[in-house]
Design a binder for this molecule. Structure first.
Ligand SMILES: [Zn+2]
Ligand SMILES: [Zn+2]
Length: 266
């Protein structure tokens, strides 16, 4: 029963097409990048999971996960570009940006071979970036990039850092992997804090809406009615549970979540 209440958030898989222009410093390239990234994120911000595609308009910003200032070598690197809402891109992510600096000795370039797997430049910067974690106060400065952060130097032994949503406590948490270093978990926690994912001011309330609607309607609503990816993932999970165990189980889960919420607000 326990994992009924944990939603794992995805690391986004972007499907670049061959011979397509994805150059960041080019209007057509930008348009193509937006299209392919939005389809990978299913229309949501890759940091806070809020919907950025609304009524056929796209409010998503193209965003350099490792900022251009931090690592100019990745300015055009596809693997380093994500889609974010304006709040995440222009305000939350900017915090402590000046303190993020990755020194790269080698003369590295992104050779645009980074469509399916990241280029060497990306791996080198990513490893530098993550190794800064062990420095004093390093954890706070760095950001969990939505296209995946890898622990360790060996790309073949990738351990992606993951975030999950705890439905019973209505909050984002690091998604456990027993291979995580202690500082890895701390790093994910700092990321959650930086993007205010659990702050009363910013946190999503869409799960509460889904739960309320299911209890009232006695059926699973369409996920397009909600504005956060966690609501969509929750609905997909409930659909699987419903077809396996029936609607009774779905109602039981929703009642449990609702009871917890009421208990906590009292
Ligand atoms: Zn956002
Ligand atoms: Zn690259």
């Amino acid at each position: 029963m326990k994992d009924f209440f944990i939603l794992e958030l995805p690391n986004y898989e972007v499907k670049f097409e061959e011979n397509q222009n994805y150059k960041y410093k080019n209007d057509k390239g930008k348009e193509n990048l937006k299209k392919v990234l939005l389809s990978a994120s299913r229309g949501y911000c890759m940091y806070c999971y809020t919907r950025v595609e609304v009524d056929r308009k796209n409010y998503g910003h193209l965003e350099h996960s490792v900022e251009q200032e931090t690592a100019p070598v990745l300015s055009n690197c596809h693997h380093n570009i994500s889609i974010a809402c304006s709040t995440c891109n222009l305000s939350l992510k900017k915090r402590e940006q000046g303190k993020r600096k990755v020194e790269i000795e080698e003369k590295l370039i992104c050779d645009f071979s980074c469509e399916s797997t990241p280029c060497d430049a990306y791996y080198t910067v990513a490893n530098k970036y993550i190794s800064n974690l062990t420095e004093k106060d390093g954890i706070k400065k760095f950001i969990l990039r939505p296209r995946g952060v890898i622990q360790g130097d060996n790309p073949k032994e990738r351990i992606y850092y993951k975030v999950a949503y705890d439905l019973l406590n209505c909050k984002f948490i690091p998604y456990g992997d027993e291979r995580y270093l202690p500082e890895s978990k701390k790093y994910i926690e700092e990321h959650i804090e930086k993007f205010c994912l659990n702050d009363e001011e910013y946190r999503t309330k869409e799960i509460e809406k889904v739960v309320e609607d299911i209890i009232n309607l006695k059926q699973i609503p369409n996920k397009t009615r909600y504005n956060n990816l966690v609501a969509g993932l929750f609905i997909e999970k409930l659909e699987r549970i419903s077809s396996k165990f029936g609607m009774e189980r779905v109602l039981k889960i929703c009642t449990t979540i609702e009871t917890m919420r009421v208990m906590k607000s009292n």
